[in-house]
Design a protein around this ligand. Structure first.
Ligand code: NAD
Ligand code: AKB
Length: 314
């Protein structure tokens, strides 16, 4: 039987660089094709097959899928929340058209499984902020959040109408040390580690008490891989699953860093990203993911800070 072949779209971003490496470790170097609109030289750590693909170029996407007989797609190309607010129409166009291209080609070519991440950005100011339920009020007020909410509805639609096996999680803000984040509201929680190691101080663009749901990258990668490997019958949410890691404010994170770097100091100068953060929730109820596919985060604030400070290279 032919082996499964995976194509990762947007492989050079914060998640993609690490997910591509993990997928290559599990499924084999030659079974995972990385692709992005950016220069392949950015993919330093994971040598292997690479294709330059703009996800808006449907013909090229279809050509690469045929060329490698791709069976599994991971769509990671997107514009995130903060950059999205600088050009809302572009964020909407890129996030929606890329998803539509993938869904239509997948339906036409019989792709076996697709992973497409949603985000906590689908929540809005009137969503319950603490222990936000799986099914709740969803009135996002960012272009990014609107595109993710519409995306959730479309992946569910393609599951129901076309039988596509699409799986999704609503990632919280992701913290990692291998690739810098690509323009989100939660990026401060990565920047702070570089500033702490470089200068022992950080000016945060959010208020000190802004609590947001966050997750360390090893947990985020495991969530994706475990969800994709779960039996289809166990996947009862076909829009996107709530998943939780940890929740903290910039002040909490600074205090955790001070456990290791006692002279580290933080100041606050909130900018336009504060309004975005204020519209999101603080903590997530992920019991449906825990029940359906046994999701369980491993990292806490303190173990994440310890690992980040050990691994961040300046
Ligand atoms: P990122 O911005 O770091 O990476 C996105 C990648 O997509 C980049 O390498 C970029 O070059 C590429 N890209 C942009 N436009 C493209 C195009 N037209 N064609 C092909 N590639 C293109 O993003 P990320 O943080 O890795 O996020 C990946 C996915 O996860 C996104 O859907 C994002 O919404 C979602 N997500 C991320 C987070 C997070 O905290 N990182 C949280 C929630 C959800
Ligand atoms: C962002 O801040 O835009 C992302 C996300 C939570 O989706 N990190």
């Amino acid at each position: 039987m032919a082996k499964d072949t995976i194509l990762v779209l947007g492989a050079l971003g914060q998640i993609g660089t690490e997910l591509t490496a993990s997928l290559r470790e599990i499924y084999g170097e030659n079974q995972v094709i990385a692709s992005d609109i950016a220069d392949e030289r950015k993919l330093i750590e994971t040598p292997g097959l690479y294709e330059h693909i703009n996800v808006l170029d449907k013909e090229k996407l279809a050509y690469v899928i045929d060329k490698y007989k791709v069976t599994h797609l991971y769509l990671l190309a997107a514009i995130l929340s903060a950059v999205g607010e600088t050009n809302p129409k572009f964020a909407w166009n890129l996030n929606m058209e890329s998803l539509f291209n993938v869904l239509e080609i997948a339906a036409e070519k019989g792709i076996k499984k697709i992973f497409w991440p949603s985000s906590i950005a689908i929540f809005g100011s009137d969503t319950p902020k603490i222990n936000t339920p799986q099914n709740t009020t969803l009135n996002p007020t960012t272009a990014y959040g609107i595109s993710k909410l519409a995306g959730e509805m479309w992946v569910n639609y393609f599951f129901l109408k076309k039988g596509l096996d699409i799986r999704s999680v609503r990632y919280p803000g992701l913290i990692s040390y291998k690739t810098l984040p690509g323009g989100g509201t939660t990026d401060y929680a990565v920047e702070i580690f570089y500033a702490a190691k470089r200068e022992n101080k950080y000016q945060c663009f959010l208020r000190s008490d802004t609590i947001l749901p966050m997750m360390y990258m090893p947990d985020a990668l495991r969530a994706c891989i475990e969800l994709m490997e779960a039996p289809a019958a166990d996947i009862r949410v076909r829009s996107s699953y709530n998943i939780a890691g940890m929740s903290f404010s910039p002040a909490d994170l600074a205090a955790a860093i001070q456990q290791y770097l006692p002279d580290f100091s933080i100041t606050y100068k909130p900018d336009f990203r504060q309004e975005i953060a204020d519209s999101w929730t603080q903590s997530i109820d992920d019991s449906q993911a825990r029940n359906d596919w046994h999701w369980q985060p491993k990292f806490t604030l303190s173990s994440m800070v310890n690992d980040m400070l050990e691994n961040v290279k300046i």
